[in-house]
Design a protein around this ligand. Structure first.
Ligand SMILES: Cc1ncc(COP(=O)(O)O)c(C=O)c1O
Length: 439
């Protein structure tokens, strides 16, 4: 049943069509599923644009010099990139593949930042030759690789170094990155961050413009942002005193939480903006330094609420007094998050949108793993074969983490707006997935 509580985790344009189903962007989801097949991912263009505008406005109204770089790992697609670009967003990428997709989608490469804990020399050379905006240096091997490339190409680059401030954001350990025991960045605590700054400043052609930290993802508490900012600015001030380092830019990464279930209440963008910009202004004022440019990297908070997944029900297995398994035609191949992080989701039955929830079922995927469960024990209307199940908040970290496990095909992705739908990623075919094999 579609309630007011569940409405808030669906895209902005979602409406109930009484006795029928839901519409998003003016398009009936049942019709989309019948036209394009299932599993199907549907993105609402209005929600994408509105989320971009909200981040830009909330941050720039408090701190005009803010660069908003969408973290493309949440979901990258050339059409989506063109929309983000129109909205004035930059982008952060973590691989050559993401860089190429962003460039082909029309993103100005000088607005792209490259992250990653193991960037290959080939990746670095390619992005440098293509005028990348910033490289976020992650480790000592990378400093050496960059130094070699700068010498051999006789070029210059602008870079930030990624530091690990030792702040625990209290999120899932797989998405907590700013603590000492992390594969990312240089820890302040061990002295590595200082050593890295010193090394970078000694390399001609490497213009070290700032520091970056990303403390984790799905962060529901705002205080860790305050701490991370404070620690980062104080560290930069020490580096200014010791090595004449000038802090022109500071990135606080992403991590802005979204609601996946009706009970979750993440901070608003306004609250994140308030704490981050105040922390930065206060830290700069108390150290008497000029305000640097602020960079933020929201990923999930842009893509997540903009997309929904639609599945069709196949087999149903009822184990009396134990559990009723409702199997759908997708699962961990298109959404690994429940299996990987025990993430929770909500669902509605599209073709029974007005019906009361009457039974507790478990929505299972079709992959050959017992752990392939999309939602455990959810209350839904009575479900039958061929019903259509829609899972909201599926726009981030589903398609980009999808796989061909069990040789299943990756789903199609549709963009909707003003009653029109267009395919922005075709459903794979068996020829597609066999085409790389040599036999
Ligand atoms: C460096 C960096 N920036 C930004 C993000 C985006 O995080 P989120 O999608 O939680 O906003 C990530 C995610 O892991 C990241 O590693």
């Amino acid at each position: 049943m579609f309630t007011k509580e569940i409405e808030k985790i669906f895209p902005n344009t979602t409406k109930v069509i009484p006795n029928k189903d839901l519409e998003i962007g003016g398009c009936s989801l049942v019709e989309l599923a019948n036209t394009y097949g299932t599993p199907l991912y549907v993105f609402d263009e209005s929600t994408v644009r509105e989320r971009c505008k909200t981040f830009i406005e909330e941050f720039r109204s408090r701190y005009p010099e803010t660069h908003v770089a969408y973290a493309s790992k949440a979901f990258i697609n050339q059409k989506l990139t063109s929309i983000l670009s129109e909205e004035g967003m930059g982008m952060d990428v973590v691989s050559l593949g993401e860089f190429i997709a962003a460039k082909q989608g029309g993103m100005d490469t000088s607005k792209i930042h490259l992250h990653g804990n193991n960037k290959s020399p080939e990746e670095l050379e390619y992005v440098i030759s293509n005028n990348i905006g910033r490289i976020i240096i992650d480790n000592f091997d990378e400093i050496e690789n960059l130094s070699n490339i700068i010498k051999s190409k006789n070029c210059s680059i602008k870079a930030l170094i990624r530091i690990s401030p030792g702040v625990d954001p209290h999120t899932h350990s797989y998405i907590s990155t700013g603590i000492l025991d992390s594969k990312f960045g240089f820890a302040i605590e061990t002295g590595d961050a200082e050593k890295a700054i010193k090394q970078c400043l000694e390399i001609d052609g490497l213009d070290l413009v700032g520091i970056h930290c990303h403390i984790g993802s799905q962060i529901f508490e705002i205080e860790p942002y305050n701490d991370a900012m404070d620690i980062s600015v104080n560290f930069a001030v020490n580096m200014a005193n010791n090595y004449n380092f000038i802090l022109s830019e500071i990135s606080i990464g992403g991590g802005f939480a979204i609601a996946y279930t009706q009970n979750e209440n993440p901070p608003s963008v306004k609250e994140y903006a308030e704490i981050i910009t105040n922390a930065l202004k206060n830290a700069c004022a108390s150290n008497n330094i000029e305000l640097p440019k602020l960079i933020i990297e929201p990923g999930r908070a842009i893509a997540g609420p903009s997309g929904v997944a639609i599945y069709r029900v196949g087999s149903i297995k009822d184990i009396p007094n134990i559990r009723k398994y409702v199997s759908v035609d997708g699962g961990m191949g298109d959404n690994i998050r429940p299996a990987l992080y025990e993430s929770e989701y909500e669902a509605v039955v599209l073709n029974k949108i007005d019906q009361e929830n009457t039974e507790i079922v478990t929505i299972a995927g079709k992959y050959c793993e017992s752990g392939d469960i999309l939602i455990k024990d959810i209350n839904l209307p009575h479900i039958e074969k061929d019903d259509l199940i829609c899972i909201p908040a599926s726009g981030a970290y589903c398609i980009p983490m999808s796989s061909n496990y069990n040789m299943n095909l990756k789903p199609a992705v549709i963009l909707v707006q003003d009653g029109k739908s267009e395919i922005i990623r075709k459903r794979e075919t068996y020829d597609d997935i066999l085409s790389l094999e040599v036999f």
